[in-house]
Design a protein around this ligand. Sequence first.
Ligand code: S3P
Length: 187
Amino acid sequence: MSSASPSILLVGLMGTGKSTVARQLSSRLGIECLDTDKMVEARAGKSVRELFAELGEQDFRDRESDVLSECLARPIPAVIAGAGGIVVRESNRQAIRASQQAGNVIVVWLHAATDVLVARTSKGVHRPLLDDDRVGTLERLAEERASMYSEVSDIVVDVSQRSVESTVDLLIDAIEEGQAEMSISHE
Ligand code: S3P
């Protein structure tokens, strides 16, 4: 376990509220908030939509992996909203697990029922992967990615019926409890 507090990485499918929860959680914890999609967009000078359309998904995934490595290597803790596909590459999952084992990150999987995600993704940010068949794609991604999210997560929260505020309260309790356990076991 490193001496500094760990970062918190939020993972989960599109529409689970990772960015909103990350913003509120970071402000409650008094630490910086990072968002991997926003970092990719800022570095590329293009939106996720433009990157998918102009350069394709694999190029986007390369940029996403670079940003994830950068977030995990930070010496100062932050709350990181990871984009939905951050767990897809085996190398990303390995990097997350290594960082967890070093005590540098706690990973939270925000999970929600597909019908909730269908409703939530119909408004707000544009998601290129959902252009053709929103319901079918979300069902497929939920099935394909469940084991990947599960493989890297320390804490799982079902946000289907839970408000952002209640999710943040729950996470603060879980993180404090987890850190107390860690510090006891390291005495
Ligand atoms: C994606 C999730 C999106 C964005 C892109 C692809 C995915 O981020 O990176 O549309 O593969 O699940 P959010 O989860 O923040 O919507």
